[in-house]
Structures are given as structure tokens and as C-alpha cells.
Design a protein around this ligand. Structure first.
Ligand SMILES: NC(=O)c1ccc[n+]([C@@H]2O[C@H](COP(=O)([O-])OP(=O)(O)OC[C@H]3O[C@@H](n4cnc5c(N)ncnc54)[C@H](OP(=O)(O)O)[C@@H]3O)[C@@H](O)[C@H]2O)c1
Length: 391
């Protein structure tokens, strides 16, 4: 075990604050720093984590700093001043749940695009953070929450992928373990899962109990032995929206925060662990991952090749609205997914080069803000009468 290790959380929003709280309320002798662009909100979130962890008897130190990620020099100085061992990125220009705050009919229409076309909103802050991390010469392990399944492969070609993501593939693992334990009549702590799946699959499974047109690979281990053949997998998967359904939306980010802590705590404490995570080492989609003091490694289930795992994740990527991410980071979107944003927001884009991502993010933000105003004031539009609106 290492004595004092430092973690920096960049992004003081909902997930960043929850994860800071979790880090402050676990372990011992951790040094934590929250970095946000709004000084008052960042100070309050850091103090909340510091004081509530003090209340529960934990001996961790929490501080705060201000930087806007678009100011690469200042962020690099902030990183250099703290010298973190682990950096957790949670900044986003538009979190996944924002469209769910629209009136239902508008939300349902936009939801048809799946997650892929929103990629620039998640990629741009990560791109800027990675530039700052490189400018600081930091050798921290970088962990990212913002759509790692696609952001990491898009940044990998430029050498700017974070080491590993959090959430998505991981978020259903506790439910899958619990459902498998019920079917096996075994204590859940004897059951492990090995799961390869893209964000599309993890998002869908907890709602429908199936992976739709996307593939996935799922293995169940009991006391370390593969017992997948003993289980009715369909019954097991349907327990996710059934017996093990959980609170969703922003409140449901408790689960995401737990998935983040499953990655961050071992990295911070210098422990070995097998976890699940999206975007490990720049890959598309989600994998079982081995963490150790020497870094991050993908763990493939017995009998599964790299090529099979990659093909499974690419099938999920297409369902999520992304046709391809090439070695230079150019992203091609599925026409049906791009059409939804064209129809609803008036945003026409079927391809994104890395150097276009920022402009595209700004355009999406502007068009989405205008769309929100329209749907909030126009009942006809809310009900789906698009002719009432000019886009
Ligand atoms: N992997 C998963 O399973 C999973 C699950 C949930 C969420 N997520 C992702 O995690 C990310 C964060 O989600 P969230 O719910 O915490 O979103 P959020 O509450 O909106 O927080 C995002 C934060 O990013 C900050 N930010 C934006 N631009 C910035 C900049 N230029 N410099 C510094 N900070 C900046 C925002 O600051 P302001 O407050 O000043 O605007 C905000 O505090 C999103 O990408 C979301 O989709 C992933």
C-alpha cells in the first residue's frame, strides 16, 4: 500500500461532486482537489465533501482550485501545482440527462438519435483537459467519465486518450451479479461477471433486458469457475428492468459514482482489482479491466479473442449512432441518428474531424438552447407538430 496519494477531480458538476464525496469518505490519508470553473460552486462542493467526511471520522484532505478547461495554460499550472497521481475528468458541455429535462414528446424524439451524435459535447472538454495534462508533463493515471466508449478511440490517434473510463458497461454489473446469484442460489459475493458491451447495450439493458441489434459477451463465474452454461441468460438479463430496476436520471448517478469509485479507489490506494470500464487504453466500448500499481490492462474472458471483443463493441457503437471512428479521430455518424438532430435541431452533420469538434459542439449548444426555448413555449411543438416551428 502507498501512503498518501493524490487525486484531482476536474469538473465540479453532479458526478464530480458525488465522486469527490465518495473519495473523501473512504480510505485514509488521501489528498483530493476539486477543479471547477465556477469558484463559488467548486468551493462549496469541496467543503461539503471535506466537512461530511470529517463528520464520519475520515482523515482525508480536500481542497479546491479554479480553472476553465478552455484555458489550457491555467489548467496545466493547476495540475503541476498539485502533482496528482490520478486525475478524474467529469466535465461535459451537455451531460446525457439534459435532454431528459425537455417536455416528454421532444425528449422522446431526440432520444431516437441515441448517444453517438452528441459526441462533441463530451469530447471537447476531455480534449482540452488532455492537452493541459500533456503540457503539465503529468504522469497521472487519467480516468474519464464523459462517453469514454467513443471519446477515447476518437482521441487515441492523437495520443490524447485517457487511460480508462468509468461507468456504462460497469453500471449493470452489480445487477447482473445479483440476478446470477439468485438463479444459482449462491451468495452474491461468490459470483463474478465478465462483460464486454458498448454504452448502447448498457444503457438499453437496464430499460429492456435485452441488447437489441447489438452484440455483447457475458460470462458468469462462481468461485472463479465459468458457470454461464447453467443459466438462463434471458431470465437473468430481464431481472435488470425487473427485480433489480433502480432509480434513473440524475438521481441514478449514485450508481455511476459507485462505478467511478470502483476504478479510482484501487488506483489511488495502489491495489490490484478487476473491474469493468469503458474505453480502456483507447478501445471502443466496454471491457473487464485489471487495475494494478503498474497501470490498466484489458482482461478478456477465456476463449474470447481481441478481434471478437472489438467486433461486439463495434456492433454496439453502430446502434449508438456511430458508424466509424478512424485512426485520425474522424467520426462518421449513422445517417438515421444524424437525421434526428437535423430534423429536431436543424443541426446537419454526418462526420466530425477532431479539429472540427469544438465548432460542432458550439453549434449543437446554440441550436439545442434555441430548441429548448421553442419547445418550452410552444405546446403544438411539444405534441410533435413540427410544422409550427421553423428550424
Ligand atoms: N460513464 C457513465 O456511466 C456516465 C454516467 C453519468 C454521466 N456521465 C457523463 O459524465 C459527464 C459529467 O456528467 P454530470 O452529470 O456530472 O454533468 P454536469 O452536472 O453538467 O457537470 C459537468 C460539469 O462540467 C463543467 N464544465 C463544462 N465545461 C467546462 C470547462 N470548460 N471547464 C471546466 N468545467 C467545465 C460544468 O461546469 P458549469 O457548472 O460551470 O457549467 C459542470 O460543472 C457527462 O459527460 C456525462 O454524460 C457518464
Amino acid at each position: 500500500m502507498v501512503d498518501t496519494r493524490k487525486a484531482m477531480v476536474i469538473g465540479a458538476g453532479d458526478l464530480g461532486s458525488r465522486v469527490l464525496q465518495g473519495l473523501a469518505s473512504g480510505g485514509c490519508g488521501r489528498e483530493l482537489r476539486l477543479v471547477g470553473r465556477d469558484g463559488e460552486a467548486t468551493l462549496r462542493a469541496a467543503n461539503l465533501a471535506a466537512l461530511s467526511s470529517l463528520q464520519t471520522g475520515h482523515r482525508n484532505v480536500v481542497s479546491d482550485a479554479v480553472s476553465d478547461l478552455f484555458d489550457v495554460d491555467r489548467t496545466a499550472e493547476t495540475i503541476s501545482a498539485f502533482q496528482p497521481d490520478v486525475i478524474f475528468l467529469t466535465a461535459s458541455l451537455q451531460s446525457w440527462w439534459v435532454i431528459s429535462t425537455l417536455p416528454q414528446p421532444a425528449f422522446q424524439r431526440l432520444y431516437q438519435a441515441n448517444f453517438g451524435p452528441w459526441l462533441p459535447m463530451h469530447l471537447v472538454p476531455v480534449l482540452y483537459a488532455m492537452r493541459a495534462i500533456r503540457a503539465a508533463g503529468s504522469d497521472a493515471v487519467v480516468v474519464n467519465a464523459a462517453f469514454p466508449d467513443a471519446v477515447h478511440p476518437a482521441l487515441a490517434g492523437a495520443g490524447l486518450s485517457p487511460h480508462v473510463g468509468i461507468g456504462n458497461v460497469a453500471n449493470n454489473v452489480p445487477g447482473l451479479r445479483s440476478a446470477a446469484a439468485d438463479l444459482l442460489g449462491a451468495d452474491v459475493h461468490r459470483v463474478e461477471i465478465r462483460f464486454i458491451a458498448h454504452h448502447y447495450v448498457s444503457h438499453r439493458l437496464s430499460r429492456t433486458g435485452d441488447s437489441g441489434a447489438a452484440e455483447m459477451i457475458l460470462r458468469v463465474l462462481l468461485d472463479g469457475r465459468d458457470v454461464t452454461g447453467r443459466l438462463d441468460l434471458s431470465e437473468m438479463l430481464h431481472a435488470l428492468p425487473g427485480r433489480y430496476r433502480r432509480t434513473g436520471g440524475r438521481d441514478g448517478q449514485v450508481m455511476t459514482a459507485a462505478s467511478a469509485l470502483s476504478v479510482l479507489a484501487p488506483l489511488l490506494d495502489g491495489r490490484n482489482a478487476i473491474v469493468h470500464a469503458p474505453g480502456p487504453l483507447g478501445r471502443v466500448g466496454g471491457y473487464p479491466v485489471a487495475l494494478s500499481p503498474s497501470g490498466v490492462d484489458v482482461v478478456l474472458p477465456d476463449g474470447v479473442s481481441e478481434a471478437q471483443a472489438a467486433a461486439v463493441n463495434l456492433s454496439g457503437q453502430r446502434c449508438d449512432g456511430i458508424t466509424e471512428i478512424d485512426g485520425a479521430g474522424t467520426v462518421v455518424f449513422e445517417p438515421e441518428a444524424a437525421d434526428v438532430l437535423a430534423r429536431e435541431l436543424g443541426y446537419h452533420c454526418t462526420r466530425m474531424r477532431l479539429d472540427e469538434a469544438e465548432d460542432q459542439a458550439r453549434e449543437i449548444a446554440e441550436r439545442f438552447a434555441a430548441y429548448r426555448e421553442r419547445v418550452l413555449i410552444d405546446p403544438a411543438y411539444q405534441a410533435g407538430a413540427r410544422s409550427a416551428v421553423t428550424v
